[in-house]
Design a protein around this ligand. Structure first.
Ligand code: PMP
Ligand code: GLN
Length: 378
């Protein structure tokens, strides 16, 4: 057939996890925890099934869960989303992102993304005929040059996609970044897709700056989040999207024909589990300990490391270890050293000048110790 995505290959996450399994390598590539989701939460899912929640959920999602999300955002960011009209439960953030783009992007609309960028943005925009305008985040700290964003914004620009805390760099947007974004979005009448799947994983006392926190920005933003990232069960594929009513109405027109609704018993369980804010407010400390444990073990290694400031990813610069490009290097690590990581050029339009791989530290201390032992020998 005439491919709609001629230049898109199988996702790097599928590739590296497969390669890790084939070579019996430690898998620090695809981002998922190797420890269990809370048995108390699992029990709530069992309970919901026993209680008979085994048929379709309401199209926008279980109302109790939507109410808990609304309360959570109001408490954390002081913005009220109406659970009746402004919240939809999705099959992970991936489905939310697809649906947002499907509902808003027309042929030749320009969409600004910041590179390195999470891998689903580009193909999804292209599927709907949109044009990607990439803007490079500036290493080593992956900051935004807002003047460049201003320069690259035109009457054709329809949307800006942001992701903070940022996968893969582990950087995050400051309040000042969000205010710059708000000004720019207002001035140019832009939509914003704010990918906040790592909203509860931010380190060193920093505070997550949600698009929902900034009043004028919230009126033009779709915000998406992922329960899989927050509650250690990426395989459940549960997430949500919040947006003002006029935007959410368009979102739901598409959502109802993509999935109609998502897993009902898990929504019931999450509605109860979310009532205890400790279940998400302690996550930053939990992952900061993992980051620090891993970085401590990596002291004296030949990788150049700037500590991650959020997400459960750490970038490792291997320029003093090998002249390979990052894809060759990651392949060699998997096959010869039995450790799988993610080459980051795949998020960066294939640029080979970034000698960086990404490791996921959402792993048991035992796995992190094994990984550091291998990596330190390089
Ligand atoms: N956005 C980013 C930045 C991610 O890292 C991921 C991976 N979890 C997603 C979106 C997709 O989230 P989900 O697994 O909930 O679909
Ligand atoms: N978000 C995860 C990562 O960045 C992977 C999700 C997926 O496999 N699509 O590694």
């Amino acid at each position: 057939i005439n491919s709609k995505l001629p230049n898109i290959e199988t996702s790097i996450f599928a590739k590296m996890s497969k390669m890790a399994a084939e070579h019996n390598a430690l898998n620090l590539s695809q981002g998922f925890p190797n420890f269990p989701s809370d048995p108390a939460l699992n029990a709530l899912v069992d309970q919901a099934m026993s209680d008979g929640y085994n048929q379709y959920a309401p199209m926008p999602g279980d109302f109790g869960l939507r109410m808990e999300i609304s309360k959570k955002i109001e408490n954390l960011h002081n913005h009220f989303y109406n659970p009746e009209t402004e919240i939809t439960i999705t099959a992970g953030a991936t489905q939310a992102i697809f649906t947002i783009i499907a509902a808003t992007i027309n042929k030749d609309d320009e969409v600004i993304i910041f590179t390195p960028a999470y891998d689903c943005y580009v193909p999804t925009v292209e599927l709907f005929g949109g044009k990607i305008v990439p803007i490079q985040l500036i290493p080593p700290f992956y900051n935004v040059d807002w003047q460049e964003v201003d320069d690259k914004t035109s009457s054709k620009t329809k949307m800006i996609i942001i992701n903070s805390p940022h996968n893969p760099s582990g950087s995050h947007f400051s309040e000042e970044d969000m205010l710059q974004l708000q000004d720019l979005a207002e001035k140019n009448d832009l939509l914003v897709l704010s990918d906040e799947v790592y909203e509860h994983i931010i380190f060193d006392g920093n505070i997550h700056q949600s698009a929902s926190k900034f009043e004028a920005l919230a009126t033009r933003s779709f915000v998406t989040a992922s329960f899989g990232k927050t509650f250690h069960n990426t395989g459940w594929k549960m997430g949500y999207c919040v947006a003002p009513e006029n935007l959410m109405k368009e979102f739901q027109k598409v959502h109802q024909f993509v999935v109609f609704c998502v897993n009902h018993p898990i929504q019931k369980a999450l509605a109860t589990y979310l009532k205890d804010e400790n279940h998400y407010l302690k996550l930053s400390d939990f992952y900061q300990q993992k980051r620090d444990f891993f970085l401590h073990l990596m002291r004296g290694s030949n990788f150049k490391i700037i500590p991650s400031k959020g997400t459960y990813f750490q970038m490792l610069d291997f320029s003093e270890i090998s002249n390979d490009n990052d894809i060759a290097f990651a392949e060699r690590l998997t096959k010869e050293h039995k450790i799988a990581t993610i080459p980051t050029s795949v998020f960066n339009e294939g640029r080979k000048d970034f000698k960086q791989i990404r490791v996921c530290f959402a792993k048991t201390d035992e796995t992190l110790a094994e990984a550091a032992q291998i990596l330190k020998q390089l």
